[in-house]
Design a protein around this ligand. Structure first.
Ligand SMILES: C[S@@+](CC[C@H](N)C(=O)[O-])C[C@H]1O[C@@H](n2cnc3c(N)ncnc32)[C@H](O)[C@@H]1O
Length: 398
């Protein structure tokens, strides 16, 4: 496929080496399509586009995280927006370490390392005791970037950071993943003429396109029965999240004592599978522009879907872990003291204060990240809830 076939005029074109990387991934995908008989389920396409070794978006060389498109980045996340995100998050994590009597921290999908660096510095300032900070990421190519960020920001603690190639069987401590669940492959389904179809990928004259197939497998129909077809109009498209649920099950099984926190955009099931969300939530990010074409520059753009939090809660609780809390990012950060953290910056130091205040506004505002982003946490062996879930807990909405 010629990736340019999918280039909307308004998006900047990648350079020659990035294009060559995308072409190589496209060739692999085409070969896989051929050997699969010409049709691949979308989750397989998404998995390759994001994680194919050396070529996928997260495993290749794309810059990914940053504040603006002109630095070659594609999107911004909360830890990149402001150090106050990590400073605030450190408080509930430290509280969970203390309350569970554990001393290990593990982060999934650590991006540029900013969250790790910020948490380490904040733990030190809070006097939180911990022995090690493990990073687990499917994207090994980010390790160097993470190491540099951590060594620059928290040199005295960098020696406690280690990178794991595989998950341990058992873990006692506190785990955190910011925007990790949304980066897991989803299956796509469309409801047409009263019948569920799975949306897959085909290649027409070398150009990738969607093709729907009627769903007949009993397991798939059982899964889709969770969706209220009374409200699903014809041409309704949505996603299911087997990979994120399986990941949550694995993490919560591994959690012998302590807590696991996940922060991400998404909704409880009744909101997710709402009749009005008829186009689903699949979204692509390229140079800070959001669009809906997953076939644009495979391997060079992010592909993501919102998280269906009821399924995540079920997956965690099936393992016997407790649901520690579920709330909006705004409520969680406010309960954890983000405004106090902001007030520690002198307002007359406008160079520091104004960007910090703007970032806090973005993290909390209903119109930006405050309401769309949620925090879900599981625990084992914790007797009480945490200050950060002490008011506004929405577990009952799951
Ligand atoms: C959207 S990025 C978020 C990065 C960072 N947490 C931040 O907030 O800036 C998603 C990250 O999750 C990682 N990821 C996806 N699936 C994962 C898994 N099963 N285990 C660990 N990391 C995973 C990806 O490799 C990627 O680095």
């Amino acid at each position: 496929m010629n990736p340019k076939a999918h280039q909307p005029d308004s998006l900047p074109a990648p350079g020659p080496s990035a294009l060559a990387q995308s072409e190589a991934l496209v060739a692999q995908l085409r070969a896989e399509l051929d050997s699969a008989g010409g049709w691949l389920p979308f989750d397989r396409y998404m998995e390759r586009a994001l994680y194919a070794p050396g070529l996928g978006y997260y495993s290749g060389g794309a810059r990914k995280f940053g504040l603006r498109g002109d630095d070659g980045s594609d999107f911004v996340t909360a830890p990149e927006l402001s150090p106050l995100f990590a400073t605030t998050l450190a408080r509930p994590l430290a509280e969970a370490l203390r309350a569970s009597g554990t001393r290990e921290v593990m982060e999934f999908g650590a991006g540029t390392g900013k969250l790790a660096a910020g948490l380490l510095s904040a733990f030190e300032a809070l006097g939180a005791e911990f022995d090690s900070y493990a990073i687990v990421d499917l994207s090994g190519e980010l390790r160097e970037r993470q190491r540099e960020t951590i060594e620059a920001a928290a040199p005295s603690l960098a020696a406690r950071v280690r990178w794991l190639d595989a998950l341990p069987e058992r873990f006692e401590g506190v785990m955190i993943g910011n925007e990790v669940l949304d980066a897991m492959p989803v299956r796509l389904f469309s409801f047409n003429t009263g019948v569920w179809h799975e949306r897959g990928v085909v290649s027409h004259n070398g150009v990738f396109a969607f093709e729907d197939r009627v769903v007949s497998a009993a397991d798939d129909l059982a899964l889709l029965s969770e969706i209220d077809t009374e409200t699903a109009n014809d041409a309704y498209v949505t996603e299911t999240h087997e990979a994120a649920r399986a990941f949550t099950r694995t993490i919560c099984t591994m959690l012998a004592r302590g807590a696991a926190f996940f922060i991400d955009y998404g909704f409880p099931r009744h909101e997710y599978y709402h009749a009005q969300r008829a186009q689903g939530t699949l979204m692509c990010h390229y140079r800070h522009r959001a669009h809906g074409d997953p076939f644009l520059y495979p391997g060079l753009q992010d592909i993501t879907a919102h998280v269906e939090f009821t399924g995540i809660a079920e997956a965690g609780c099936e393992t016997g872990a407790d649901l520690l809390g579920f709330t909006s990012q705004a409520r969680f950060l406010l309960n954890a003291g983000i405004t106090e953290a902001l007030s520690e910056i002198d307002p007359s130091d406008t160079k520091r204060f104004l960007p910090a205040a703007n970032a806090v506004q973005k993290l909390l505002s209903e119109a930006e990240m405050g309401e769309l982003f949620k925090v879900i946490a599981f625990s084992r062996g914790l007797d009480d809830t945490l200050q950060a879930f002490s008011s506004g807990d929405r577990s009952h909405t799951l």
